[in-house]
Write a protein that binds this ligand. Sequence first.
Ligand code: HEM
Ligand code: NAG
Ligand code: NAG
Ligand code: NAG
Ligand code: NAG
Ligand code: NAG
Ligand code: NAG
Ligand code: NAG
Ligand code: NAG
Length: 356
Amino acid sequence: MYKYVCVTSLIDRIRQTIRQEALYCTMSSCYVSGVLAVATFMAFLLHGSEAQLSPTFYDSTCPNVSDIVQTIVQLVQSSDPRMAASLLRLHFHDCFVDGCDGSVLLDNSTAIVSEKDAPPNSNSLRGFEVIDAIKMTVEYVCPGVVSCADILALAAEVSVSLSGGPSWTVQLGRRDGTTANLTGANTNLPSPFEPLDILKAKFAAVGLNDTDLVTLSGAHTFGRARCGAFSDRLYSFNGTGIADPTLNTSYLTTLQANCPDGGNETTLNNLDLSTPDAFDNSYYLNLQSNEGLLASDQQLYSTSNDPIASIVGIYAGNQTAFFESFALSMINMGNISPLTGSDGEIRSNCRLVNAS
Ligand code: HEM
Ligand SMILES: *[C@@H]1O[C@H](CO)[C@@H](O)[C@H](O)[C@H]1NC(C)=O
Ligand SMILES: *[C@@H]1O[C@H](CO)[C@@H](O)[C@H](O)[C@H]1NC(C)=O
Ligand SMILES: *[C@@H]1O[C@H](CO)[C@@H](O)[C@H](O)[C@H]1NC(C)=O
Ligand SMILES: *[C@@H]1O[C@H](CO)[C@@H](O)[C@H](O)[C@H]1NC(C)=O
Ligand SMILES: *[C@@H]1O[C@H](CO)[C@@H](O)[C@H](O)[C@H]1NC(C)=O
Ligand SMILES: *[C@@H]1O[C@H](CO)[C@@H](O)[C@H](O)[C@H]1NC(C)=O
Ligand SMILES: *[C@@H]1O[C@H](CO)[C@@H](O)[C@H](O)[C@H]1NC(C)=O
Ligand SMILES: *[C@@H]1O[C@H](CO)[C@@H](O)[C@H](O)[C@H]1NC(C)=O
């Protein structure tokens, strides 16, 4: 059913794949041709009747999958310190649109209008080539078994733990969707310009409560944001003609220097000014000093009479409490409407629905 391989023997090929996306299809077809049909059939026999996510889902069919994900994420992260953050965000943007079904990974094709062109994703989401490299390796070791949606969930966990954050037991057994939903990507994903009640409602719409909102926003403890995601706060906040009054004035000066009025909106900024690449609780300490980067971040602390500010206080004072909650909320997010049993499919290329 599966082959044990030493992942290091594949690393040179993975490196090439990450740099040259076009290689993927050539290489995957040479890997999977012939074995794929048999493997898919066997996977169906094994899993056709299971309908629940479980941490042991691949124990007999692909026991090395989490090792493979970890090895590749670690390799890429060592030369691209932003990648852990980017991979965590991919899982979030997958789960909020028609559930955690790998839909965010699909490219345009005859039947698919890709979610990648939605404003929250376009010129912003990254890490697709890393998911391709993981998928290629996993297909080589255990063809037709592991879904792209599960690879995103595993990559998110390993990205957080490798960056100093918590570990958790990843639930597995999601299957891949055969559709993308551009409208869903346009409307379900939260925007940094939206007021708190809308952000709460968007989380509630996928079964996540206000605690999950505050906790999962702590993901902004690493990664980058373009000037365009917050520059309104620097010059004319919400049409007022002045800077956002909840923005720390010395931080305001720093941000204005990096994002001049009318300047390039794609310039990158650290989401966490104090420890940009570490997964820690400094995001919440930043909010307490009025140094949240996005308006949607600062609102979690600065909205008067909202009880969620007390959750910020708990996490700012106790990193263990944040880490425990983050692990729970990630499991909650990973449970959004998964396809299980014989629904959906196991894509052989994360960018394409399997040929019918
Ligand atoms: C409250 C709702 C949220 C809003 C409004 C929001 C918005 C944003 C925006 C505007 C960016 C910068 C994008 C860019 O400029 O290219 C960003 C980056 C990021 N977001 Fe969120 N986000 C939210 C919740 C989350 C959640 C729930 C997670 C994960 C659990 C997450 C993880 C990240 C990460 C890790 C980055 C940095 C990505 C990178 O550097 O590639 N965000 N977010
Ligand atoms: C895969 O499994 C085998 C046997 O358990 C082990 O020797 C190997 O180190 C594992 N990891 C990778 C990344 O191949
Ligand atoms: C995907 O298709 C949509 C709709 O046809 C189009 O607007 C978009 O530019 C395409 N994206 C890419 C990357 O080709
Ligand atoms: C796409 O997403 C929108 C917004 O969540 C939803 O109303 C619609 O039913 C979804 N369409 C499909 C085909 O899933
Ligand atoms: C912007 O101003 C409008 C009108 O005053 C208000 O309804 C809205 O909530 C404000 N948005 C934010 C993000 O504060
Ligand atoms: C949110 O749900 C969690 C369980 O997942 C619960 O412990 C927490 O109290 C809830 N928070 C709110 C604000 O309802
Ligand atoms: C902004 O910077 C990016 C990256 O350096 C560049 O590709 C783009 O052309 C610039 N845009 C403008 C409007 O100057
Ligand atoms: C602004 O940030 C500085 C540096 O973190 C901090 O010492 C100060 O207390 C902050 N001011 C306010 C009003 O939050
Ligand atoms: C920090 O949070 C953890 C987990 O909730 C809890 O066990 C611990 O007692 C808290 N520590 C303090 C100092 O409050």
